[in-house]
Design a protein around this ligand. Structure first.
Ligand code: HEC
Length: 115
């Protein structure tokens, strides 16, 4: 038989463990949430040499579509961008961008739609 003190101590420990688990889950959620600001920074470093990333039209002499054009594609979304960048983006080299980074860049591209 467990005495009352042991039961209370166990319950306290359990609720602490629950709080820690909830905090970890919240952190994970934060880390995986798509962030347009971070996406813009990634795009400046890694896409802007070929794409116009500022929401304007394609620049002269650039073969890459402007991000504003990509944003207008009805089918555009984060998954599609991740797949394109992983497997089907030969000019840059495939697989250079993680799915998480692609999610952030996609959030930035989608944000250009509202302009
Ligand atoms: C070295 C130049 C270069 C870099 C760097 C580059 N791209 Fe591209 N990208 C291109 C060219 C050229 C095309 C058009 C030809 C093609 O689709 O393969 C293109 C096409 C695309 C398309 C359209 C694909 C489609 O099927 O409609 C997307 C989306 C895209 N790029 C996203 C990105 C993102 C996001 C980055 C940065 C992480 C990036 N690109 C970096 C040159 C580049």
């Amino acid at each position: 038989m467990l005495d009352q003190a042991t039961i209370i101590a166990r319950e306290a420990l359990l609720s602490k463990a629950t709080m820690v688990a909830a905090a970890i889950l919240a952190l994970c959620d934060f880390a995986s949430a798509q962030d347009a600001g971070r996406g813009r920074a990634i795009a400046q470093q890694r896409c802007a040499m070929c794409h116009n990333i500022d929401g304007g039209p394609r620049g002269r002499g650039r073969s890459a579509p402007a991000f504003s054009e990509i944003a207008r594609q009805q089918s555009f979304n984060a998954n599609q961008l991740a797949v394109t960048l992983a497997y089907n983006h030969i000019p840059m080299g495939n697989g250079r961008v993680t799915a998480g980074e692609a999610g952030d860049v996609a959030a930035y591209i989608v944000s250009l739609r509202r302009r």
